[in-house]
Design a protein around this ligand. Structure first.
Ligand code: XMP
Length: 326
């Protein structure tokens, strides 16, 4: 049987009881698989890797080594939060690696989306490999792969956490949630006792802001994107949309338009708002953001973010648009 295919008989996890049964089953499976060996986990701080971390901490405790790589493509404040929540509150075995320069140097001048993803995915593996070599007894690599990643990697995108592993990789994989849909992952996270603000956090792609800083990434445009995204998130929190909308973010294309600021010609990039609702990320609809909220976000972004001179709204459902722009 193909272990990457969800069996027809597998019940959809819709409540804590089913989640607990799933957890018990996976904890036993993980223990049987890894025994007293150590497992390395790429902890991005997103829902998927956080749930895998909690599950593995339950199964093998300190034999789970979490590595958080700051690839320089995180959202504002995100790496700091990973250190706070996992390093301090959950007392995990956590290693923090700031690899910003490595990633951004490799990505300089690269504009093709799939190539960017491959570079980011490949470099991730290298960084983990380096970390693993510094540690002893690491035999396993845990990943927060979920079912839509597997389904979509068959055709649409080379998601780094499914398609990007080198052939000669010496780790055996531990992927306890690879047959779950996103809504199921959240219920499992709740059952594991993770805080709500982590379990219900919107998903964030492995390549991070790299697939939202469209085309060839530059540090100044990436900085503008990060700041505009932080404003969008802040304003969605204030008006209550953060709880309601499944995924929302800014994308910044590699093009400039003419504008005026302080009576001077001001060329800048547009910030594109994308806010979508979905159950499983396979299809998505558009959130109807009230105009007053849009006006406020526009005013803040164009006034506060260096390099941005327009704000646009993406009205495209999936299909035909994917959720991300790249
Ligand atoms: P798309 O853009 O394919 O996105 O409609 C569906 C969901 O997957 C997320 N996504 C990714 N997640 N690595 C990830 O881990 C990726 O390369 C990647 N690309 C897209 C996206 O944010 C959305 O939630």
């Amino acid at each position: 049987m193909d272990s990457n295919v969800r069996p027809e008989s597998m019940k959809r996890i819709v409540n804590l009881e089913l989640a607990n049964a799933f957890i018990e089953q996976e904890v036993n499976k993980v223990r049987a698989q890894v025994k007293d060996k150590k497992v390395l986990l790429a902890l991005s701080g997103g829902v998927d890797s956080s749930v895998v971390a909690a599950l593995l901490i339950k199964a093998i405790g300190k034999n789970l080594v979490c590595v958080h790589v700051n690839h320089g493509l995180m959202r504002k404040g995100e790496s700091e939060q990973v250190i706070e929540v996992f390093g301090k509150e959950l007392d995990a075995n956590l290693i923090y690696v700031d690899a910003t320069d490595r990633f951004l140097n490799l990505l300089a001048g690269v504009s093709a989306p799939e190539q960017k993803r491959k570079i980011i995915g490949g470099e991730f593996i290298k960084v983990f490999d380096e970390e693993a070599k510094k540690l002893t007894d690491i035999d396993f690599l845990a990943q927060g792969t979920i079912y839509p990643d597997i389904l979509e990697s068959k055709g649409v995108k080379a998601h780094h956490n499914v398609g990007g592993l080198p052939e000669d990789m010496k780790f055996e994989l531990v992927e306890p949630i690879k047959l779950l849909y996103k809504d199921e992952v959240r219920i499992v996270g709740k059952a594991l006792g993770l805080p709500d603000n982590m379990v219900f956090r919107q998903p964030f792609p492995g390549p991070g802001l790299g697939v939202r800083c469209l085309g060839a990434i530059t540090r100044d445009r990436l900085h503008a994107l990060r700041e505009a995204d932080a404003i969008l998130r802040e304003e969605f929190e204030i008006c209550g949309l953060a709880e309601k909308v499944w995924q929302y973010f800014i994308a910044v294309p590699d093009m400039k338009s003419v504008g005026v600021r302080n009576d001077m010609r001001y060329e800048g990039w547009p910030a594109i708002i994308r806010a979508v609702n979905t159950v499983d990320a396979m299809t998505a609809t558009i959130e109807e953001i009230p105009y007053e909220v849009l006006h406020k976000i526009t005013a803040r972004i164009t006034n506060e973010v260096e390099g941005i001179n327009r704000v646009l709204l993406d009205l495209t459902p999936k299909p035909i648009g994917t959720i991300e722009w790249e």
